[in-house]
Ligand binder design. Structure first.
Ligand code: AMP
Ligand code: GLY
Length: 434
């Protein structure tokens, strides 16, 4: 079996890595991939933009690929899956219509209301005046969101009315382009965030192990939001009974509402949830793809071959697949970023030590988030550079292994949080199953 993975981040490296762990998979092509996928045995990078539908289709057809697995949301929101399917190519990732669940927060809110899925109360506005008038009748903290894809910068959790007004004005100022033409103002939900990545063939939906990520750049979960500074799974915040509630109260009704809109959704439905202090799961947002860095923590635990899940989804046979099989272990991923992240940061930093840390410990794997392989060796290309993952019988041991590896990887000015997994240290994974 041969497959294409579309994207260039840590998530895509983890997807390619997991596919190639299976003897059934003989080749993975990453478009465009990164330094990690360039070094991965059995994997080859093809330099092409992840949104270039014609080129990706050609590559899939010429190489007789079994399927295309799309990592990022942008190509899905632009209709990559539709373009590939139109040429008879199997694709794991929703259509443009389905990707609206992430690409338009207002659309997702309407869908959730229809499906009676628990979520924050919200109102949608197309002009600043009405949005501000509404805001003045609400209490703080309050959340202001640009409707569309804004590269992770469109959400403000405002603790004062002034801050919320500024966020509304920023969105309508055009700073986020079309993504800010509509603004969602919603109730602030208190509690712990959990990411449930579920896979679906459009008829059946099944969750993977629940994960938590650390979005904020600073230790103690402080400072600006990032793409994610680390993750771990399976989180004890979501034991099996609660995951069953997520399945019944959130995932299944959402899938039904998608079906009612005529959307044949194949791929990942990622539910970003809050578990309220009362213990109830509520949706903060949906994404139409695997989470990053959650994937780098979840996939090392998955024993079921990933290609079996992908093919079952593409062929609408997910109901026939046996329950997913998981390693009885805890998993953690620590992100190493370049100094300055999430602001501007230096690129082209030379990276050393990865091969040694992987050779020293079979339970450690280093996923590349922003690297390229050059003649001089591995160089950084972005803010998030690496995701160092490790598995062990409990979280403390998994975190210790990941940090030991981090200590032995060098690039100038590397920055990482030292407190990833602070909530779960000392906890075993409690045999959570999905
Ligand atoms: P989003 O892009 O919608 O996931 O929002 C980014 C982050 O903002 C989330 O991961 C949460 O930490 C926070 N957030 C978004 N919506 C809410 C909400 N309604 N209540 C509390 N926090 C929120
Ligand atoms: N880790 C958050 C995301 O993938 O959106």
């Amino acid at each position: 079996m041969k497959a294409i993975v579309v994207g260039s981040g840590g998530r895509e490296h983890a997807l390619a890595w997991k596919l190639l762990r299976s003897p059934q998979v003989t080749e993975v092509v990453c478009i465009p991939g990164n330094g990690g996928t360039a070094l991965l045995a059995g994997c080859r990078n093809v330099a092409m933009a992840d949104t270039e539908a014609d080129g990706i289709a050609r590559c899939a057809l010429v190489n007789n690929m079994s399927f295309v697995l799309v990592g990022p949301e942008q190509p899905l929101a632009e209709g990559l899956a539709d373009a590939l399917k139109a040429q008879g190519i199997k694709v794991f990732g929703p259509s443009k219509a389905g990707a609206q669940i992430e690409a338009s927060k207002a659309w997702a809110k309407a869908l959730m209301a229809e499906a009676k899925v628990p979520t924050a109360a919200a109102a949608v506005f197309t002009d600043a005046e009405r949005a501000i008038a509404h805001l003045q009748q609400q209490s703080t903290p309050i959340v202001v969101k640009a409707d569309g894809l804004a590269a992770g910068k469109g959400v403000t959790v405002a603790s004062t009315v002034d801050e919320a007004i500024a966020a509304i004005q920023t969105a309508f100022s055009g700073q986020f382009g079309a993504a800010g033409e509509r603004v969602v103002i919603e109730e602030f939900l208190q509690g712990q965030e959990v990411s449930v990545l579920a896979v679906t063939d459009g008829q059946t939906i099944r969750p993977l192990l629940p994960a938590q990520d650390h979005k904020q750049v600073g230790e103690g979960d402080t400072g600006p939001n990032t793409g994610g500074m680390g993750a771990y799974a399976p989180t004890p915040v979501m034991p099996t009974e609660l995951l069953n509630r997520v399945q019944i109260e959130i995932l299944e009704p959402t899938l039904k509402a998608l079906q009612a809109r005529g959307i044949d959704y194949c791929g990942v439905l990622y539910a970003g949830l809050i578990v309220t202090p009362a213990g109830d799961p509520k949706v903060i947002e949906f994404n139409c793809r695997f989470g990053d860095p959650e994937t780098q923590a979840v996939l090392p635990l998955l024993e079921t071959p990933l290609e079996d899940i992908v093919m079952a989804c593409c062929e609408k046979k997910l109901d026939r697949l046996p329950p997913f099989s998981w390693k009885n272990a805890a998993s953690a991923c620590v992100v190493m970023a370049a100094e300055g992240y999430p602001g501007p940061c230096k690129k082209g930093l030379s990276i050393d030590g990865i091969a040694n840390v992987e050779a020293d410990d079979a339970d450690v794997v280093v996923f590349h988030a922003g690297t390229r392989l050059s003649q001089e060796g591995l160089m950084s290309t972005g803010g998030r550079v690496l995701g160092v993952s490790a598995i062990a019988p409990d979280f403390s041991a998994a975190l210790a292994k990941a940090y030991r590896a981090v200590d032995n990887i060098q690039f100038p000015g590397s920055y990482y949080r030292r407190d990833i997994g602070h909530r779960v240290k000392g906890i075993t994974h409690q045999g959570i199953t999905s």
